[in-house]
Design a protein around this ligand. Structure first.
Ligand SMILES: O=C[C@H](O)COP(=O)(O)O
Length: 262
């Protein structure tokens, strides 16, 4: 099997102003020396207003941490008040763009069609989309979670070529596990991530499916990350709350790298 380098992505959501962002990145860098980055990719995903400050620290100190954006417009430029173009993000050195996070699907009514358009925009501007999918509690309790996630994945990637799909990262985030402290079991995460890989093989091809990184997200912390990333089809984590604590985020990144602890 092709080996996939783990990715630990810290989604800060709407937390930390630009001064707090600088302090967090500096603390994270101090806790996570360069030796780890051969074995794990670590990215921080701040609010848009922090990105320039984060870029300045990372470039100035030649850090190996990358950074992403929490969303990207489906449009390139023009009369779209409040939106942020992928072209602007690329110019700021952004590597990843989260698309279709459940908070955007829920609070901003983003459908699979919108997520697909944003995924295409990210790819067009050479950003790596982190395409989020995940079921709510009712669907999980009804036992329909595998079918639901596969359908959401297919809707969010509909019509993309295998080459484009190979440039994405997928994040499985069960909505009931986000910010609740109720993490999915490692077996539950593996079940859905394996089904996602199977679906990628169907819509692209085996080599593409084997190369795409699939993250788990939802109440990941330093205590549970080891078991989660130890699963065959879980290639890292999309971390919310624990990414706001630089020591814990460094520790869980080191665990994903296979240790030693910082
Ligand atoms: O994007 C991150 C997720 O929504 C997970 O958030 P959480 O780690 O706070 O549960």
């Amino acid at each position: 099997m092709m080996s996939r380098k783990p990715l630990i992505a810290g989604n800060w959501k709407m937390n930390l102003n630009h001064l707090e962002a600088i302090a967090l990145v500096q603390k994270l860098a101090a806790s996570l020396p360069a030796k780890y980055f051969d074995k794990v990719d670590v990215t921080v995903i701040p609010p848009f207003t922090d990105i320039r400050s984060v870029q300045t620290v990372i470039d100035g100190d030649k850090l190996l941490i990358t950074y992403g954006a929490q969303d990207v417009s489906a449009h390139d430029s023009g009369a779209y008040t409040g939106e942020i173009s992928g072209a602007f993000l690329k110019k700021l050195g952004v590597t990843f763009a989260v698309v279709g996070h459940s908070e955007r699907r829920t609070y901003h009514n983003e459908t699979d069609e919108v997520v697909l358009a944003k995924t295409k925009a990210a790819l067009k501007h050479e950003l790596t989309p982190i395409v989020c999918i995940g079921e709510g509690l009712e669907i999980r309790e009804a036992g329909d979670h595998v079918e639901y996630n596969v359908a959401q994945l297919k809707g969010s990637l509909a019509g993309l070529s295998a080459d484009d799909i190979a440039k994405t990262v997928i994040a499985y985030e069960p909505v009931w596990a986000i910010g609740t402290g109720r993490v999915a079991s490692a077996a539950d995460a593996q079940e859905v991530c394996a089904a996602i890989r199977g679906a990628l093989e169907e819509i692209a091809d085996a080599a593409t499916a084997a190369s795409v990184r699939i993250l788990y997200g939802g109440s990941v912390n330093a205590k549970n990350v080891g078991e989660l990333v130890g699963q065959a089809d879980v290639d890292g984590a999309l971390v919310g709350g624990a990414s706001l604590k630089p020591d814990e985020f460094a520790t869980l990144s080191a665990i994903a790298a296979g240790g030693p602890l910082p």
